[in-house]
Design a binder for this molecule. Structure first.
Ligand code: 8YV
Length: 324
């Protein structure tokens, strides 16, 4: 009998057909809410779950006794209780690497857009306001030659730094649990304490994963340490930042501007003050959202779940200890 996979994400027909050769696919749109009878029915026979933005709870796992693997179409897995999975012998697979460069591109788009006021001025032109040559009220700030501070220096952080150092002649500071000597050699990057980074950087860019330790890592004290000309970029997770402290810092001029792809609550509520700030560039969590990269992520997630359910090592296993 074929093993069953619940498909909650958008995979596209060719990938679904590949999976269907080996497994029974149960397509489910909407949240996997274990208080719903139809969800309980499909969970009771699922060997695998594939999808993105999967909020996984112990209640959901209780309802899925045959579950062997969860394959998330994302690099982040902050909505999934990894220890709980490991305890139950369930593998967790994610999709790193294939989204690194695209997400770094998004980070750099936010650096450029915030410093040069790209979206603000583009809207201004479209609204028919360009009637004379511009003065300092419409000037931005340079990016080239400035200091870029990376909070988190994993794959994506390093890729953002590479753009800054090699493309824009920026000096790179990074705060990270482990040193990255190769990047220090390649990019002249310097590792320092978070406080020093905040004080020295012209651009502060967050790329740490969301964990219990990084929740609200950046708050009022951290914004107060930044230069008043400093620009804050977040392409990680909204909850790494105390958003009300960020709003306060932007309103009071503690920092100059922000470029944000992620928010404490997504979609960003229509009442958020961030929506009315000219010095904020807000994107709808599109870090990895290109046709090419989303396809590569879906392909990787499919490969991971197929290998895991066939008893082979998946390409990206998060909880390595589950297989011991
Ligand atoms: C995903 C992301 O697109 O990979 C991640 O962790 O944040 C994004 O690339 C998002 O989770 C939806 O799939």
């Amino acid at each position: 009998m074929k093993k069953s996979i619940i498909v909650t994400g958008r995979l596209g027909d060719p990938l679904k057909e590949t999976l269907a050769q080996h497994f029974e696919l149960i397509e489910h749109s909407g949240p996997l809410d274990p208080t719903q009878q139809d969800v309980l029915d499909i969970l009771s026979k699922a060997h695998g779950i594939i999808g993105s933005g999967l909020p996984i709870t112990p209640e959901l796992l209780d309802a899925a006794p045959a579950l062997e693997v969860i394959s998330t179409i994302s690099v982040g897995y902050d909505s999934i209780p990894v220890d709980e999975l490991t305890k139950r012998g369930i593998m967790l697979c994610n999709t790193p690497d294939v989204l690194t460069e695209t997400t770094a591109d998004t980070g750099f788009a936010l650096v450029m857009a915030s410093a040069r006021r790209v979206t603000e001025l583009a809207e201004w032109v479209k609204a028919g306001n360009w009637k004379a040559s511009l003065g300092p009220d419409h000037f931005g700030n340079d990016v080239h030659g400035k200091t870029l501070g990376m909070i988190g220096f994993g794959r994506i952080g390093q890729a953002v730094a590479r753009r800054g150092a090699l493309g824009f002649g920026m000096s790179i500071l990074y705060s990270n649990a482990s040193p990255k000597p190769e990047r220090e050699k390649e990019l002249g990057a310097k590792r320092c304490e978070l406080n020093e980074l905040l004080e020295k950087a012209d651009f502060v860019c967050v790329t740490v994963p969301l964990t219990a330790e990084t929740k609200h890592l950046i708050g009022a004290d951290e914004f107060a340490r930044m230069k008043s000309s400093g620009i804050f970029i977040n392409i990680a997770r909204g909850k790494v930042v105390d958003e009300s402290a960020l709003i306060d810092a932007l309103e009071k001029g503690t920092i100059k501007a922000a470029g944000l792809d992620v928010f404490e609550q997504e979609p960003l509520p229509a009442t958020s003050p961030l929506l009315n700030m000219a010095n904020v560039v807000a994107l709808p969590h599109i870090g990895s959202a290109t046709h090419e990269t989303r396809q590569a992520m879906a392909q990787r997630a499919v490969d991971n779940i197929r290998l895991a359910l066939q008893g082979k090592p998946p390409i990206n296993l998060v909880n390595e200890d589950v297989r011991q």
